[in-house]
Ligand binder design. Structure first.
Ligand SMILES: [Zn+2]
Ligand SMILES: [Zn+2]
Length: 103
């Protein structure tokens, strides 16, 4: 069975994103007229909520929910976070990136 924690760290220590969190809500605007989500900082617009969630951490470092448990570097994008783990901490990447850890 794969481990569900690493060095005493839990999911919340790593800060896996919960997209439904209220923390995102006051940072974008849903425009009914154009049916798009608008970034309240730079005006970026997208019809997909998932895109605005990925976009917002560019302006708000605190929304970078993917945190490296080893060096505490933060990423707004899961793919960048994963590649950081794989390249910098290959010895623990498999454990942290395992499906059990994520569920
Ligand atoms: Zn923006
Ligand atoms: Zn790291």
């Amino acid at each position: 069975m794969p481990p569900t924690s690493f060095a005493g760290l839990t999911h919340s220590d790593i800060g896996l994103p919960r997209e439904g969190e209220a923390v995102f809500r006051d940072k974008y605007i849903w425009s009914e007229s154009v049916k798009k989500y608008l970034c309240s900082v730079c005006g970026y617009s997208t019809p997909y909520r998932s895109n605005i969630i990925v976009h917002l951490p560019k302006h708000y470092p605190e929304l970078r929910r993917f945190r490296c448990p080893i060096c505490s570097k933060r990423y707004g994008r899961k793919d960048l976070w994963k590649s950081h783990l794989r390249s910098r901490h290959p010895e623990i990447a498999d454990i942290i990136l395992s499906p059990t850890w994520h569920s």
